[in-house]
Ligand binder design. Structure first.
Ligand code: ATP
Length: 364
């Protein structure tokens, strides 16, 4: 089922009496979510991710704009008539019911032509439980399950009605690091198997990048960029997006274009022939630095951090806006610990320039 958002806007009255202006939680969001894909809605706290999801689910009404499921305008439909499955951060399971009863619950309220017989309901519940691999835990109560298992029950409960659209709001936030990793892969597997159009809200860029077909990066209610995770990482539209994606984060420097060349401090680091002289912000991905004895960018050495397969060289430079510059090199690289400076050449496609005022990308 494709989901189309047309100029979707949601405003809330401002509770701060001194500020008359409404809070615009979602601002003119238009996007056609393709059928059968997993979309990651991504951005910092308060950027409007949950509000967008609540609008799609019908839990909230938009101030303006429309939502279509396929060709049907669902903007005014209540959530129960939209054919959606919802999963939240707190699993919201009924503690006094068993896993089986929790999963069956949504089916028991079906009416009219959707009504199922007892055996049909049970069959569906077992099918859903199998999909999330909890079919052996059917007689337990939520209190007897781990966090990861509880979240699987919540997912099974959302799937049992065979939703057309699955909406997940920070579903992994209550899980520890290992379970998060495992459960996100499970979600991806289930989504691929069921081919249900899925929208996944998270503030964790790595999580969104790793499982999404496409990501939507939001800031203050406004969509900043939409694309495949790797495309957005390799081609950020602005400094905000560049900074939001990637660990370690992108290194940002004050820079200057002079005579068709990019300067960081006094170092001439790249050719930028087609650009006129101006101040720029320069973003360099950690993997964009190459250790080189005579490299053009000179930084003060600040030690190394070993991260298993890779080494991160920590260094400083007066023009850097990050307190420490982190560059990643292979673990077999030779580093002379006695040196007080490190020199780098740069990988041009890992270097991005941004307008000093608007912070929009400048292509070169
Ligand atoms: P988080 O990751 O912290 O959940 P989010 O990106 O999901 O954040 P939203 O919950 O969608 O953000 O909130 C977006 C903005 O709308 C915030 O500024 C928030 O304070 C505001 N907001 C959300 N719900 C309401 C409400 N019911 N009344 C007033 N303002 C609201």
């Amino acid at each position: 089922m494709e989901v189309t958002l047309q100029h979707l806007t949601k405003k809330f009255p401002n509770r701060d009496r001194k500020k008359r202006e409404d809070v615009t939680a979602v601002n003119d969001f238009s996007f056609e979510i393709p059928d059968g894909k997993l979309i990651g809605l991504l951005g910092p706290s308060g950027c409007g991710k949950s509000t967008t999801l609540n609008l799609i689910s019908g839990l909230m009404k938009p101030t303006s704009g429309k939502i279509f499921f396929g060709k049907d305008d669902v903007t005014d439909l209540p959530p129960e008539n939209r054919g959606i499955g919802l999963v939240f951060q707190n699993y919201a399971l009924y503690p006094h019911l068993t896993v089986k009863q929790n999963i069956l619950f949504p089916l028991q309220n079906l009416k009219g032509k959707d009504k199922l017989s007892k055996s049909e309901m049970l069959e569906r519940a077992v099918q859903s439980a199998k999909l999330v691999q909890i079919d052996e835990l059917m007689e337990r109560r939520p209190g007897e399950l781990s966090g990861g298992q509880q979240q699987r029950v919540a997912i099974a409960r959302a799937l049992v009605k065979m939703p057309k659209v699955l909406l997940l709001d920070e579903p992994l936030s209550n899980l520890d690091a290992r379970l998060r990793l495992q459960t996100r892969e499970e979600i991806r597997r289930i989504q691929k198997e069921t081919k249900i159009t899925t929208i996944f809200v998270t503030h964790d860029q790595e999580e969104a990048m790793s499982i999404s077909d496409m990501i939507v990066v939001m800031k203050e209610g406004v969509v900043q960029q939409i694309g495949k995770p790797q495309e957005v990482y390799d081609n950020p539209a602005n400094l905000f997006v560049a900074r939001f994606l990637g660990t370690p984060p992108i290194n940002v420097f004050e820079g200057q274009i002079r005579d068709g060349r990019l300067l960081i401090g006094k170092d001439v680091v790249l050719n930028t022939k087609n650009l006129s002289d101006r101040k720029v912000l320069t973003g360099i991905r950690p993997e964009g630095f190459l250790l080189e004895d005579n490299g053009p960018l000179c930084c003060e050495a600040g030690g190394v951090e070993v991260m298993g397969r890779d080494i991160s060289i920590v260094s400083r430079n007066e023009a850097s806006l990050n307190p420490a510059i982190r560059s990643i090199i292979g673990a077999d690289s030779k580093i002379d610990p006695s040196k007080t400076e490190v020199r780098f050449s740069l990988v041009p496609r890992k270097v991005f320039l941004f307008d000093h005022e608007t912070e929009e990308r400048i292509l070169f």
